[in-house]
Design a protein around this ligand. Sequence first.
Ligand code: PLP
Length: 416
Amino acid sequence: MFGTALPTVTTAIPGPRSRAWVGRLADRECPAITARRARRAAEIGAADTDPIVWAEALGSNVRDVDGNVFVDLTAGFGVAAVGHRNARVVEAVAAQSGVLVHAMGDAFPDPRRIELMEALCARTGLERVILGSSGSDAIDAAVKTAVVATGRSRIAAFDGGYHGLAFGPLAALGYLRPTMREPFAGLLGTHVSWSAYGGELPDLHGVAAVIVEPVQGRGGMRAPPAGWLRALHEHARAAGALVIHDEIFSGCGRTGPFLAADVQPELLCLGKALGGGFPVSACLGSAAVMDAWQASTGAAIHTQTFLGHPVGCAAALAALDELDRLAPAVAERSSHLRAALGAVPGVAAISGRGLMLGVHVPNALQATHDLLHRGYLVLPCGERAEALGVTPPYDLTAAQADGFVAALADVLQCPR
Ligand SMILES: Cc1ncc(COP(=O)(O)O)c(C=O)c1O
C-alpha cells in the first residue's frame, strides 16, 4: 500500500518525465540551486545524476512523475517526521483553510497562533515565543534577541554547524564556509568565532550567545561527547553569554524525546518537522531574555507579514499531537536500524542519535546515487559528504527499514 510500500522502480532513473521537467527547471531556476547535480556527476563519473521529480508523497513513500515509488529515508530534509501528507495534518489544514487562511502578523492575531505558542511553551518549559516560517527565521530571531538581551554583538559558533543561509544564520555558519559564507562575508560583520564541535570549550569572553546544535545534522549527524553540552552551558553562564540551541533538525522527537538536549537553553529554535510539512518555525526564550525586547510601542521592531500564519499554526498543532503519538517508536526503530546497518560490510561507523543517523561509507555520493536507483532516498551529510544521512519518518515500517539495509549492502558490494 502506498505510504508503507517497498520501492517499485520501473523506468530508468531519472525517468523520461522527470528528465523533461528537469530540462525546464534548468532553463528557469537560478543555477546556484541546480548546479549541485553537475558536481555530483563530475565526482562520481555518472551521467544520470538529474533528480527525480516528485509528484506525490504519503507516509514514507514518494511517487515520482514517472510512477516510480521510493522509500524516503530523508523525510524530506527531516520535515516529514509524522509522515508525508499526514492525515491529521491534512485535516487540520483543510478545516483552517475553510475559515481563515491569513491573519495579520503583529497587528491582528488569531486563535491558532496563540494556541500554538501555548503548546510550545508547555512542551519546552520556556515562556515566550517568536514564530516564523523557516528555520532561518527562527535563528534570526534568536540571534537578535541575544543581542538585545545582552547588549553584546559577538556570537560564537561551531565548525560544521548549519543554521540556514539567510544573513543572520549565515553569519554563524560553520558548514562549508568557503563556498556558502565567504562570498557574502563583507555583509556579515566579523563578530563570529568558531570552535571544534564537541571539543575544547570556546572562548566566550564578551560573547552575546553561543549557538549550538545539540546533535549536528547537515554537518554529519554528530552527537557531542556526553556532558559536553552541559559543560558548555556552565562555561557560558560564567562568561555572561546566552546559549542558543538550534533544534531545528534534532527537535520534535527526532532523537526520541521532544528535544535532543537534556539541559535548558535561554533560547531554542524549532522548525522543519514542527509544521508537519508546512513552513512553520519558532524561536522560544525564557521570559527574562525575551522581555528585554520590551513591549511594542506601535511599529513592531521584529515581525513578518506571514508571522504566525493561521494555516501553518493549525498544521503545527496537529503535527504536535502526531509527534506525541509517533515519537515513542523512534528509540526502537533507531536501535533496529543501528544494529542492522552496523552489520553491513563496508559500513565503517554509525553516528548520531535516534532517527538522525549518519552511516559512514567509503563513497557516500556514489552510494546515494546507487540507492536512488534501487528506490531509496538518502542524502549525503558531512562537510566532505562522508556519510549517508538517515532521517526517516518515525513510522517507517520494519520492512522498509530492512529493505533499505539490504539495498545498502548490495550497493556497497557492487556499485553501479
Ligand atoms: C540545524 C538547522 N538549523 C537551521 C536550518 C535552516 O532551516 P531553513 O532551511 O528552514 O531555513 C537547518 C536546515 O537544514 C538545520 O538543519
